[in-house]
Write a protein of this length. Structure first.
Length: 346
């Protein structure tokens, strides 16, 4: 089996990018330990627990000889959050609008692994991961030539930009590696200057505890009071440091019919008030099988309540007072609602 054959099969299965990284002690793999030591992971204990395994893919597959890195573009033609002027708009990160990428990409990868086993015989050992495995995906993607790690810490492909999910197949097949991608950030600093919370503390280094993506997705219980105002309209995740990036300035092609990344109706440009007024049952249905499913309805409500308080949008505040769905009575949600009304002088 050759690298070229693997890439051709990956393209047939719908992957937009495929490159091969060698297995090795890349210096970038060492940054994780320093990053953790600075406390940048916050509550994400799973990163600390798996740090040793993340230092080398041979920890998950001792016989590993190559990493097939895959990229899947998830952009759609909807406007960027930086183009939406309404104060009462609820901003949801575009990766979360459509189908759960873990499921979509896992299915495609499992077909690729099956094909590799058929081609390579019973001796082929392979582990496939998308996001949740103990692999530093951006480092391998960079060494596979998919793109460089930009100052906003995202992997950027010179032709496709950075709206790309990463996934990989670690295997014992000795595939011919690609050349690593070269940094093309040049003198630009737009992402650092645009981050609403200054979370990119120095080029290429993100303090997750200040990132809106962490604050709205990773924090399991109550959002720290001192962070709530900064959340603004960001109801789930944040895309600002990618939206301002010149490598994402090119308009996307027309949306493919049936693209799994198109927004579900509830998440297609909603206002904060409209999200809050959506009944629990409808929210539950909209979250089912989406990348936000793990958040559950109550955590989404927690975030939406913060958006109402942080923006002071009158319709959103009215909605907080009117609606009484079961998840509004959750003690954590109720506390965030109380905060929102209080901070706006209600
Ligand atoms: C934890 C995590 C987060 C955390 C921390 C993010 C971060 N930048 O560290 C939070 C919750 C904040 C987050 C947010 C987002 N995430 Co996330 N996340 C992850 C996860 C699970 C682990 C990343 C990790 O190990 N971070 C620790 C740091 C050290 O590692 P790193 O991000 O790979 O960092 C590299 C650079 O920061 C740089 N670096 C670090 N320190 C130093 C020091 C020096 C001196 C230098 C030069 C460089 C340097 O090199 C690092 C590699 O060592 C990965 C999946 C995976 N298994 O890899 C997805 C992943 C990185 N996330 C992804 C996405 C899509 C997002 C969001 C866009 C979601 C959203 N819209 O809300 C945002 C983007 C925010 C951002 N600018 O990064 C994608 C990124 C795809 C891409 N094109 O890059 C990934 C790869 C998931 C996937 N399979 O597609 N995420
Ligand atoms: S995702 Fe948003 S908050 Fe996080 S680093 Fe990027 S711009 Fe800042
Ligand atoms: S905004 Fe500029 S500095 Fe930031 S990642 Fe994009 S090109 Fe690099």
């Amino acid at each position: 089996m050759t690298s070229g054959e693997v890439k051709a099969r990956a393209a047939e299965l719908g992957f937009d990018l495929c490159g091969i990284a060698p297995v090795g002690p890349f210096k970038e793999l060492g940054f994780l330990q320093a990053w953790l030591a600075r406390g940048y992971a916050g509550e994400m204990d799973y990163l600390r627990r798996s740090a040793e395994r993340r230092a080398d893919v041979r920890a998950v597959l001792p016989s590993a000889q190559s990493v097939v890195c895959l990229g899947t573009v998830y952009n759609t033609d909807r406007p960027y959050s930086t183009e939406i002027a309404e104060r009462g708009a609820a901003l949801i990160a575009r990766y979360a609008w459509g189908e759960d990428y873990h499921e979509v990409i896992e299915r495609r990868m499992s077909e690729l692994v099956t094909w590799m086993r058929e081609r390579g015989g019973p001796g082929v050992e392979a582990r496939a991961y998308v996001d949740t495995g103990p692999v530093q995906e951006r480092v391998y993607a960079q060494y596979a030539g998919l793109g460089w790690i930009g100052r906003n810490t995202c992997v950027i492909n010179p032709d496709l930009g950075s709206w790309i999910f990463l996934s990989e197949i670690v295997s014992n097949v000795p595939l011919e590696p690609d050349a690593p991608a070269l940094d093309q950030c040049g003198t630009c600093r737009l992402c650092l200057d645009s981050c609403p919370t200054g979370a990119i503390v120095e080029p290429y280094v993100l303090d997750a505890t200040r990132c809106l993506s962490y604050l709205t997705i990773e924090i399991k219980d109550g959002i720290p009071i001192e962070e709530r105002e900064a959340i603004g309209r960001h109801a789930y995740g944040c895309d600002v440091c990618q939206e301002v990036c010149p490598w994402n300035a090119q308009p996307p092609g027309p949306d493919a019919t049936g693209s799994p990344w198109l927004p579900r109706a509830v998440f297609d440009g909603p206002s904060i008030a409209a999200l809050w007024r959506t009944p629990d049952a409808d929210l539950r249905q909209a979250l089912k099988g989406s990348a936000m499913a793990r958040a559950g309805v109550w955590r989404l409500r927690r975030n939406v309540a913060v958006c109402a308080g942080a923006t002071g949008d009158a319709d959103a505040l009215a909605a907080l007072r009117e609606v009484d769905e079961p998840t509004c009575d959750d003690p954590i949600v109720a506390e965030h609602v109380h905060w929102a009304l209080e901070v706006q002088g209600d």
